[in-house]
Design a protein around this ligand. Structure first.
Ligand code: PNS
Length: 161
């Protein structure tokens, strides 16, 4: 049984993330989406809200599970008996950081390896931060997130006003 972990902040999940999830779910038996629960990192949505949103938008993919985690990613991978970490690469600017994390994680836990998916061109410029900023100023984010996430974003921004 090949278990992969797709970790991230997912604040919120974008169509770019969803593209990676759908493709990664085809190459592993089980894909666990690991939502980083790090109180030091300020997020718009709580970990519980992020998990719920991801569960909703991935409900049609049978081999996907969603969980939040804190602490080291490699420890979470161990706990889940996962040997594959999935990450998406958008542009060359992602590469340096991702290479560093992948190499560090492998050094710390040699049983875990990282598999990269190159983002589909139509999503290569999308990031959760830009989506949030755009939405906060009333921009239309329907091209970047699912209708459900768009509704959650609008509600959260209204709640925070
Ligand atoms: O979506 P993001 O914010 O780019 O995801 C970053 C993430 C969650 C993959 C990374 O911060 C992470 O793995 N954090 C857990 C703590 C850890 O293991 N850190 C060591 C590698 S930076």
């Amino acid at each position: 049984m090949k278990t992969g972990i797709y970790p991230g902040s997912f604040d919120p999940i974008t169509l770019g993330h969803l593209d990676i999830i759908k493709r990664a779910a085809l190459v592993v038996d089980k894909l666990i989406i690991g939502v980083l629960n790090n109180s030091a990192k300020k997020s718009l949505f709580t970990p519980e809200e992020r998990v719920a949103m991801i569960q909703k938008v991935t409900s049609d993919i049978p081999n996907v599970e969603v969980e939040s985690f804190n602490g080291l990613l490699v420890d979470f991978a161990d706990q889940k008996q996962a040997h594959i970490i999935v990450r998406g690469l958008r542009a060359i600017s992602d590469f340096e950081y991702e290479l560093q994390i992948a190499q560090t994680n492998r050094k710390v836990n040699s049983k875990v390896d990282t598999m990269f998916f190159t983002t589909s061109e139509e999503y290569s410029y999308i990031s959760s931060s830009i989506v949030k900023e755009y939405a906060m100023y009333g921009g239309d984010v329907s091209q970047f997130v699912t209708p459900y996430v768009e509704t959650c974003l609008k509600a959260k921004i209204k709640e925070n006003r």
